[in-house]
Write a protein that binds this ligand. Structure first.
Ligand code: IFM
Length: 452
């Protein structure tokens, strides 16, 4: 018996995949390089008041030019996989037509660099950077956008499917539909609930069409979707708070998972909002329910929800309630046990084949000491407790196959600009210099099997 290596203390299988996640607009920069077109975030971030301090992703972490440094960091971490996203406007500047070879070459180089470092590339096809010309034509509320996405997915899979086998269709489509089209706090910044629900349907249709495109373009590939599901609890026993919590949970979870697993849209949810309707055409529900290989779940928090008067601030009639918990810099409750609960709820309600935690992490103050070192004990504790919660779910039979922390790098946090930092690695916004925080070394230990 070997005595030099301790067995994993976390109860997870040896072949469990550890990784890190990022997204194109948040890290790449070089928004005008090599034929990249304009995305809705390029336009939205220039709208006065849309992003804190008028910041944008023009430079971001400069990863388009410094990707080799990112791969070296991942190699140092020892992770098995890297989840990044492909910027649609780099591949089709206007959102349709023949692919831009330079854009594809960038992701080919990145994938090859990862493979040479022994790291599996895992690519998201859409992490919110819709080509602006498609938004000008109506965006996700229009059916044609789903067809454009299917074309894009097919050509990316044909070009890169020989070296990338793990694919995610959409990242957190709730953010695209609800934050982008209902609440207007993400690109494209519209406030129209009818449009948001049409977007829900077309995002799901786009996903189903992409799964089919993937199967025909790269038969060996595996594909799933990434959702930010949530099951908030009612703040009190009052019936109106219970109704509020169940509506909030449906909006984040059943609205997506029911159709994805062949059950159609949840009637109770649509009945609660008679002003919206889903533009379903013959065959759509079968397309949306095209079998996936796995489901990705992004988890950050678990909130309490209470009823609120319907109005511009709470168009759905609910809001996050006051709580006793410590919060991250995002103002989100730190609720590690909610991750295990969420995974168990999903696995016991829908017939998922495999689950990946595709994002989990926290924004913290990250003050550097006089020696420049960031002793981010709060992030380490956040990661440790959430991973323990996930491992608990795995030990109770939930088929969790991997965990990706958000994020490798401090990056552009959407409407918060660069003010919220989630990275294991700090990035100097002027020089681009990368500096691992203490959480980086914690994660390296954990990946090596010495996390607890
Ligand atoms: O930064 C985002 C990411 O783009 C999507 N999931 C949540 C993260 C933290 O807000």
């Amino acid at each position: 018996m070997r005595t030099d290596v301790r067995p994993r203390a976390d109860g997870l299988p040896e072949d469990f995949v550890w990784g890190c996640s990022t997204a194109a607009y948040q890290i790449e920069g070089s928004t005008g390089a090599d034929g990249r077109g304009t995305s809705i975030w390029d336009v939205f971030s220039r709208r006065p008041g849309a992003v804190l301090g008028g910041m944008n992703g023009d430079l971001a972490c400069d990863s388009y030019r410094r990707w080799k440094e990112d791969v070296a960091l991942l190699r140092e971490l020892g992770v098995g996989a890297y989840r990044f996203s492909i910027a649609w406007p780099r591949i089709q500047s206007g959102g349709s037509g023949s692919p831009n070879a330079a854009g594809l070459d960038y992701y080919r180089r990145l994938a090859d660099g990862l493979l040479e470092a022994g790291i599996e590339p895992a690519a998201t096809l859409y992490h919110w950077d819709l080509p602006q010309p498609l938004e000008d034509a109506g965006g996700w509320p229009e059916r044609d956008t789903a067809y454009r996405f299917a074309d894009y997915a097919g050509l990316v899979l044909r070009a890169l499917g020989d070296r990338i086998t793990t694919w995610f269709s959409l990242n957190e489509p709730w953010c695209s539909s609800h934050l982008g089209y209902a609440l207007g706090i993400h690109a494209p910044g519209r406030k129209d609930r009818g449009a948001a629900y049409r977007a829900v349907h077309h995002l799901l249709l786009a996903h189903g069409l992409a799964v089919r495109a993937c199967r025909s373009a790269a038969p060996g590939a595996r594909i799933g979707i990434v959702l930010n599901t949530a099951t908030p609890r009612p703040a009190t026993r009052r019936p109106e708070d219970r109704t509020a919590a169940s509506r909030a949970a449906d909006e984040r979870t059943a609205l997506w998972l029911d159709p994805l697993y062949g059950r159609g849209y949840p009637e109770r949810h649509l009945a609660a909002y008679p002003e919206v309707s889903m533009p379903i055409e013959d065959g759509d529900l079968a397309t949306i329910a095209e079998p996936m290989d796995f489901l990705g779940v992004n988890y950050y928090s678990e909130e309490a929800v209470e009823a609120a008067p319907v109005g511009p601030e709470h168009p759905e009639g609910f809001r996050v309630a006051q709580s006793w918990r410590e919060k991250t810099e995002m103002g989100w409750d730190i609720a590690p046990e909610g991750l295990g609960r969420q995974l168990e709820h999903i696995a016991s309600t829908w017939p998922v084949k495999a689950l990946y935690v595709t994002e989990n992490g926290g924004a913290f103050p990250d003050l550097a000491g006089p020696d420049g070192r960031v002793r981010d004990r709060d992030r380490i504790e956040y990661l440790r407790s959430h991973i323990a919660s996930m491992a608990g779910a795995a030990s109770r039979g939930v088929p969790v196959r991997g965990y990706f922390t958000w994020s490798l790098l401090d990056n552009f946090e959407w409407s918060h600009g660069y003010s919220k930092r989630f990275g294991l690695v700090a990035v100097d916004l002027v020089t681009g210099e990368r500096r691992p925080k203490d959480s980086f070394w914690f994660y390296r230990d954990l990946v090596a099997g010495f996390g607890s």
